[in-house]
Design a binder for this molecule. Sequence first.
Ligand SMILES: [Zn+2]
Length: 823
Amino acid sequence: MKTIYAAVLAGSISACALSTAIAQTAPPENPALKIYRETPPKINDLIHTKLDVRFDYKKRYMYGKEWVTLKPHFYPTDTLRLDAKGMDLKTIAIVKNGKNTPLKFTYDSLTVAIKLDKVYKNTENYTIYIDYTSKPNELKVKGSAAINDAKGLYFVNPDGTEKDKPTQIWTQGETEGSSAWFPTIDKPNQKTTDEISMTVPAKYVTLSNGRLASKKVNADGTRTDTWKMELPHSPYLFMMAVGDFKIYKDTWRGKEVSYYLEPKYAPYAKDIFGFTPEVMEFYSKTLGVDYPWNKYSQIVVRDYVSGAMENTTATLHGDYVQGTKRELADRYYDAGRSTIVHELFHQWFGDYVTAESWSNLTVNESFADFSESIWAEYKYGKDMGDMHSYEAMQSYLSQPSAKTKDLVRFHYNDKEDVFDVVTYQKGGRILYMLRNFLGKDAFYKGLNIYLKANALKNGEAQQLRLAMEEASGKDLNWFFNQWYYGAGHPVLNISYNYDAVNKTQTVYLQQSQDGNAFTLPMAIDIYSGGKKVRHNVWMRNKADTLSFPAATKPDLVNVDGDKILLTKKTDTKSLDEYVFQYFNAPLFLDRNEAIDAAKAKQTEKGAQKILLAAMKDKFYPLRVKAINAANLTNDDVRNAAQPILVNLAQTDDNNLVRAAAITALGKLKASGNMNLFKEALASQSYAIQGAALNAIGLLNPADAIPLAKTYEKDSEGALKQAILGVYATGGTDEQWTYVYNAFISGAPQTQFGLLRKFADFTGRVKNPEYAQQGIKAMADLGIKYKQFGIAPQVIQILNGVKTARATDAAAVAAIDKAITQLN
Ligand SMILES: [Zn+2]
């Protein structure tokens, strides 16, 4: 599963940022944290699940018939307990020789305890028949920060009353939502084959796990589709989707790869998902285990409650993954694409070998997070993989409360809490580090052993350790104890001294975190006389002093030469050393650190040298970073940068670099650049057009509004943002309706990105009805995302509108009412 609200609330769309709201977990004194979260005991094992379902759109019910086959796990038993959330259970019977014999049961609305007709041994299968109604909208269950709901089964616009929104049904199982739509043992350490027959209005398409075994048209205008999943998987990975989707069929090594999209986005199916077979090939080869299932489908639905979900053979995505060809051309390796590869990797790590409990979620999610970096590395180069992994680490480090949590989490307040920056980003970085320590070949051999040993079963971190030890021949207890069964990270301070008399370079390493020292193997590269000499060392103590012979003072001592450690570090290099590092050390992070150092000292020549060179770095995100970092109010920087920026704005092969250069030039408000901006406005890239429109707006605000109007029709992405920005900043009542419609129908990213300007506009419009619309739209947004901690920000913004509209009594009243609801 991939969470997304986080990124939205943080105001960024970077791939893995989780929101600060997600970091809010119970305080340490919470008694729930004292409970040891054991792996669920297995009394009965699921074997096969057969469902026959139809939907009542009006009531938001699902009528189900289930035949579930089980057997005792080891000990004989005459009882069966199934999870079944908020259902009407009409009949529960044992099936023998085609006959149903009713069984006694007790039901507390969450689980049903069934008295079997006899004591069964673990060599005996038995089949239970259940006739039930699922009522997900009447269910009282709470979701989590990652998954904002837990109904299991969702009806989108079931009455068709919401304009411009399709009618859809879809499901979300993880963590334990599947038992809201079929009775099961809803635990990750259960696995079952399945067969699902869905009877739906004939105009709709269905999707479920496995293969579509049959389609039967019924006389009453419905159709019954039967899907069969012939390899066992966990109940939380079951899925169904029903709606008006166009199917694009692709293929990988003869297996069906398909993309289900709303008709509007169907023409872009290949642009959105077309790289999927290439990723399947890459992961299959890397792992030495071919994609294990018979097909792979991806579907995009409305109103999804999280980012995306790796249902076996049938991943479900939220609609942010969609885009037109032109929108996608500006996205490069964005949250959508990293999510596509994340969910695909889960088909091995999660679906084929499944975490045995939520405590061990790391063997699902850390791998999926890690997979984003290795795909980036393979597809876009080592810099992109390193950057992705580094940004994941920064997400983890940015959340202070995360350092108290073990990666394998035997103690948590709620199982949903395990879906956090520790399990995802920190865990992904730990794997990236382990791969570097063992070497790629040994590491992937270890993954191969783990997957083969636990195929179609469950795994935990200990099995991963054993597999890595088997592959590499190295003991890894220390690594797993430190990183999997321990919390936190080293806070590393690095300083240097060169002793010219004794011709010795000394490096002082100090760990200042609370608690024990972390054991850190690392490389130290010493650059001297045009040569690099690598020393592989282990830091084992809170403070270590390392000395190296050096005939002359080195040009650079580069601690952690592979730039791989999971650490919060303070390095005390001089600017000259950073200049040397930028031009001579090879890695993304070497150059990234140098740019950071330069940004802080732009009056110095060395810093200017780094920034100007970095504007032409071979890796486009560093070009963007250098452009954004340059302080153009400094005359030297501006004079040297301007021709470079003009050149980048016109010729760079990356749309985001061109857009960043235009944005930087726009802030100079130099009329000599007007032609450049106007030319850029004709680009096919929304990012470039948006930057150009903003630049024109800064240079000549009166021109910008009529100009924006000419682009209204064909505007998405950054161009749409720019138009909205121009209107919201300088527009009048004439532009209100356009801005308002864009705001209320926008994706969460658009809404949060526009919120402040929208509030200013709401405060300024003359027509009091418009003000009412604006206030309601902002209040609705705050209420919708209240559980993510957004309310205080919305209240603050509404108070600003209240001040601006102090004489508009109706507006003041509406704001007071909204604030009451938000509190
Ligand atoms: Zn995931």
